[in-house]
Design a protein around this ligand. Sequence first.
Ligand code: G3I
Ligand code: 9MR
Length: 600
Amino acid sequence: MNTTPKHFLNRLFNYFLYWTLIILIFPSLTFSQGVSAQIKINQLGFYPKGPKIAIVTGDSVSSIFYVTSTNLRDTLYKGNLSPEKRSAYSSLITRTADFSSFTTEGNYFVSIPEIGHSYVFEINNNANRPAAIASLKGYFYQRVSMPLEEKYAGKWHRSAGHTDTVVYIHPSAASEKRPAGTVISTPGGWYDAGDYNKYIVNSGITMGTLLSAYEDFPDYYSDLKTNIPETGNGVPDVLNEAIYNLRWMLTMQDPNDGGVYNKCTNAAFDAFVMPGATKATRYVVQKGTAATLDFAAVTAQAARILINYTNQLPGLADSCLAASEKSWIWALANPHLEYNQALMNQKFSPAITTGGYGDNNFDDEWFWAAAELYITTKNKRYFDTLGSHLKDQVTLPSWNNVGMMGYYSLLRFSKNLPDVGSDIIEWMKDKILNIANEYIAHVPGSPFSTVMGQSKKDFIWGSNSVAANQGVLLIKAYQLSGDKKYVDYALSNLDYLLGRNATGYCFLTGIGSRSPMFPHHRESTADGVTDPVPGLLVGGPNPGMQDHCTYEFKEPETAYSDSVCAYASNEIAINWNAPMVYLTNAIEALQQEVGYAEKK
Ligand code: G3I
Ligand code: 9MR
């Protein structure tokens, strides 16, 4: 063997050259497959010191995963995939890649040999801020009666939609002072969803959720700007946005008796044209107990918030409180007036075939309205009503189930409620913590390590709002207990909504690498812009598939179709966006408090 110093140096050089090449080539050889649909991940990213999980679906030869640079040259973290889990609500097999201990800021892929790599994601402070701002801005694009100028709406600028200054009293809504055919003006507000109608019941929970987001995180929202015409007027943008819909809601009350019409609507759904392009007659239809009590709750809550902005908004808080108390009086006289569209259509014409939002149980609406009115006025008569409903069942909020909204508000103001004893406060707190604890108990066994999707019942029409509302409840659990683990679980559902789910979609339009391109949203279909209107949360997996469209996947977790046809899984709606606004912004607001991010 030649062992001269020259040869030794040569061999040493070759040895280093060999390993340098291996290091450079190895990752690109192994990870050259490109983006893999098998890797599901929050497509925005993670906080430096927060939980970080990706899920691999299907077969995987490798039991190892890497976090790599986006040119695949540098391998920065290596971890083991978890053992396989089988999903109960689809045929998927999943494995977890947990890289929570990797804390270096930057842009990365999760890469798995023989499979490929994830979409790019970021590790940084404010990781979810784009979704937080976009989901709130989404409401601006739903505004009905004003032009959306390019400086605010970008390429989605458009002229005003429905003016709604000539709206007819439908025969179902006729009263002595406003007989059928009377013209009223009820402009403004947000379009409800992919359709062009405006529904009070659905505005109820939407407004309650947005106003609660503000009441829970006022300092955070005072700095959050969404580039809307009102930005900079001294009122936080979340309130500016809500006020646009609030002013519409106020016009939906009959000033003669305080009752509130269920909706402002066409007789039938519009075609897929731009907002305001059709000139179909608009009606307000029958008053109802649910609509009126939801209205009472929202206006009572708005009154106590807006009293702090009387310089900018003179008189608005007072008008809200007066409207709220008047609607309450109407509800007392009409405690059980259901909006039953089918029955209504048997009696009156024209028949109304737009969304119903029909509800026939008003216990929860009574409780919520009484709670908001009581908090705002401290008047004992409202306490008496809420007290009589305290033992009612409360579950996760939805448009027809708003009792929990009352819990949230009462607990928020628990130190300032003269008639509400600590026993009641503790009882409500326990209810919420019990639900939260039940949610988190089964996460380790859940296929995507999320709270969402542990029950088949989670996958309903608007299932994404179930995920978001579970997240909101977990944020409340954190606020009530101070236990940070609840925020981790809330984040698991945000990760679900932004990509860590069985479909692999980031469900908020315009966000992430793979988000819906064809939502059931008339404007997005008609505007000639390739990208859909941004910041809108689609309904999500719904095995009910009531739209009868073609679905490639039909299992509970996967029954989602990114097609305009699929209104049962791919429409957008204001009541689904609201808990998304709450959840994303709450986590952004809490990132330092819970130790996910350090102050910079
Ligand atoms: O109440 C029953 C419950 O008892 C039962 O266990 C459950 C089983 O699936 O169904 C429940 O009823 C469901 C109801 O929502 C309440 O959650 C219906 O099946 C379901 O079809 C119904 O879907 C609603 C849909 O309209 C059809 O009415 C959605 O919640 C609601 O978000 C959606 O709202 C539409 C508006 O009408 C029009 N604008 C667009 C908007 C969004 O798609
Ligand atoms: O576009 C409508 C959507 O907003 C509703 O959620 C959905 C259910 O009420 O209905 C959609 O409209 C469809 C109608 O129900 C049936 N004919 C086709 C309409 C547009 O796809």
